[in-house]
Design a protein around this ligand. Structure first.
Ligand SMILES: Nc1nc2c(ncn2[C@@H]2O[C@H](COP(=O)(O)OP(=O)(O)O[C@H]3O[C@H](CO)[C@@H](O)[C@H](O)[C@@H]3O)[C@@H](O)[C@H]2O)c(=O)[nH]1
Ligand SMILES: [Mg+2]
Length: 260
């Protein structure tokens, strides 16, 4: 049967999460989607048994494959690679560590029946947000969203759980995308043409139980640099404004070193 849906999972040292992730995705897909969906794991040479785990799942009949990159690293570029490998007309991106509920994948696929972009959002009525987060993490998350507000009206542009139509992805020149860092959804929301708009898919961001987060200070700096690029891309900001923005970014950079 032809594949209509591709679930792309960037993964680095996620061996223990791969089995529960893949089995829960397919269990959640139900009759409508399970036959025409593939899962593509894009692994950056973890060498932790992830390849063997995927081989075992393939033998059990799951439509999953793993792309191992040996010369590149990084979440966003891994997602782009997965989109390029995908056979489906509907593309979904989600993390390997089960923080994005596999059972919500059908909601993303259903949203893509109408919308160009389906955005998993942690900021919607009735959604539980990050119960374990302290005040400072909540503040930085809120502030990071505030900085992105002039770029996109999307409710959660920092989300790593989203979907888009293959035609939307095909209309972008991937060389125009900044693939440093974690925020590939933001990049796509600003640069892609979305003729049928964005549909929110509320979800509760779970806790990582296996493995470790790869979020680092470097990722925060990459986000700030990405914002600067996107402001210039969108507004063609003049020199003065760009310098002002840079100053803000430098202050923020120092701020997170002083406070963290
Ligand atoms: N291939 C590859 N995968 C990576 C890399 N770095 C991280 N990943 C994978 O990307 C996913 C997210 O990484 P985490 O380390 O779990 O990130 P996080 O701090 O939980 O961040 C998540 O939440 C953010 C919102 O708070 C999101 O903005 C972000 O995109 C991500 O979904 C995981 O599946 C992880 O294995 C990399 O260099 N290469
Ligand atoms: Mg995580």
């Amino acid at each position: 049967m032809a594949i209509n849906n591709s679930i792309i999972v960037p993964a680095y040292k996620e061996k223990n999460n791969i089995r529960p992730l893949v089995t829960r995705i397919f269990a959640g897909l139900g009759n409508e989607f399970s036959k025409d969906t593939e899962v593509i794991i894009v692994d950056d040479n973890s060498k932790d048994g992830s390849v063997e785990e995927v081989d075992a799942l393939v033998k059990e009949g799951y439509n999953v494959r793993i792309v191992v990159r040996t010369t590149e690293r990084g979440l966003s570029s891994a997602v782009i690679r997965g989109f390029q490998e995908a056979k489906g007309e509907r593309l979904v991106c989600m993390d390997a560590d089960l923080q994005h509920p596999p059972e919500s994948v059908p909601d993303v696929l259903n949203a893509l029946k109408e919308a160009s972009f389906a955005l998993g959002t942690r900021y919607a009525p009735g959604v539980e947000i990050d119960k374990e987060w302290g005040a400072f993490r909540r503040f930085t998350s809120w502030f990071a969203r505030l900085l992105a507000l002039p770029l996109t009206p999307a409710s959660d542009p920092m989300s790593g759980f989203f979907g888009l139509q293959k035609t939307v992805f095909a209309s972008i020149n991937t060389n125009d995308l900044d693939v440093q860092g974690f925020k590939i959804a933001l990049e796509l929301l600003v640069k892609a043409k979305l003729p049928h708009g964005i549909k929110d898919v509320p979800f509760s961001f779970g806790l990582r139980e296996e493995g470790e987060s790869k979020l680092s200070n470097k990722v925060i700096v990459q986000y700030l640099l990405q914002l600067k690029e996107l402001y210039i891309y969108k507004f063609g900001v003049g020199t003065l404004a760009a310098v002002a923005l840079l100053l803000v970014l430098v202050v923020l950079f120092l701020f997170q070193y002083l406070v963290l």
